[in-house]
Design a protein around this ligand. Structure first.
Ligand SMILES: *[C@@H]1O[C@H](CO)[C@@H](O)[C@H](O)[C@H]1NC(C)=O
Length: 300
């Protein structure tokens, strides 16, 4: 089917489902009035999946945008982990004809190395080396859009890391983007997406939506040691939702994008604790890239 036709059909379907008498229809549902967001800055890592991509493209370095071997269940291939959701509107910086969203899933098989406490599937950009990566220097902005999958919901009684940047020494994460019940912080609501700083202090949060794209950007200044969050819904332009707050961004390392589900009922989350069996959970990603935000450049 022709892309533009498909988009119009999707938009029409969405409008009829979401229309409420007292509510102005969000302009983000109208692809004609609101074209896709344009990337304004040099792209350092592009995780926007080509519309023509096959699942097996994730299994090989020659065809994947990501690391083909990590970070996933030892006996799983990426082509068994990733799913292509059907019939979704394009995320903000994806172009419907050129890119498509993808879903990262976890199951009982999602045990990496000997980490029996976690269930995890995390993508790393090809070229984002643990030491000396361009992604860990200057000022960089990680963009990603998320969409909830009602068929494979996360269990918000657990703590989930969704995207983060881990130091080269694997001894800290410069930031964590999370969902669910944060272990040791029961004052924080479960049903939100949260940005936590290097010390696991919440910087910002927003309610999880079940039926709309949510667009996030995290700008990391590795020289000045700050972090700033940008956010929007649907196809709206992103807006800054925090100041550039102090954050210790030292230690280089790598971005990781996907799902890491922590267990409950243990002080040793890596190796023990409870995970409910027959797990079938996922989260849909789109509009994924890292851009160079030198000279205050940022795509909104
Ligand atoms: C969610 O997680 C809790 C804690 O592990 C578990 O007791 C519960 O059964 C889970 N719910 C579902 C629907 O899997």
């Amino acid at each position: 089917m022709h892309g533009a036709t498909l988009l119009s059909l999707l938009a029409a379907g969405l409008a009829s489902v979401t229309a409420a008498p007292s509510c102005k229809a969000p302009s983000g549902n109208d692809p004609v009035a609101t074209p896709a967001g344009e990337i304004k800055c040099p792209v350092v890592f592009d995780g926007r999946l080509p519309a023509s991509a096959a699942l097996t493209d994730f299994d090989s370095y020659s065809t994947s945008l990501f690391n083909a071997e990590y970070v996933k269940g030892n006996n799983l291939k990426w082509s068994e982990i990733i799913k292509f959701p059907s019939a979704l509107p394009a995320a903000r910086f994806d172009h419907g004809d050129d890119h498509k969203p993808f879903e990262v899933t976890i199951s009982d098989q999602s045990i990496f190395m000997q980490q029996r406490g976690f269930r995890r599937a995390g993508l790393q950009f090809q070229g984002d080396t643990n030491n000396g990566s361009p992604g860990s220097r200057g000022v960089k902005t990680l963009h990603f859009s998320l969409r909830w999958d009602n068929q494979r919901p996360l269990n918000l009684s657990h703590e989930y890391l969704l995207t983060w940047h881990e130091t080269a020494a694997y001894d800290a994460n410069q930031f964590n983007f999370e969902a669910g019940a944060i272990i040791g912080q029961s004052n924080l609501p479960r049903d939100t997406y949260k940005v936590l700083d290097r010390n696991n202090r919440q910087v910002w949060s927003t309610p999880i939506l079940k039926d709309a794209w949510q667009n996030f950007a995290i700008r990391l200044d590795f020289d000045r040691n700050t972090l700033q969050v940008f956010y929007s819904q649907g196809n709206e332009p992103l807006k800054s939702v925090t100041n550039a707050v102090y954050n210790n961004n030292a230690g280089e390392g790598q971005y990781q994008i996907g799902i890491l589900k922590k267990p409950t009922g243990t002080s040793d989350v890596v190796n023990s604790g409870y995970q409910s069996p027959n797990l079938d959970e996922g989260l849909i990603y789109g509009s994924l890239f890292v851009e160079d935000s030198a000279n205050n450049c940022i795509s909104l």
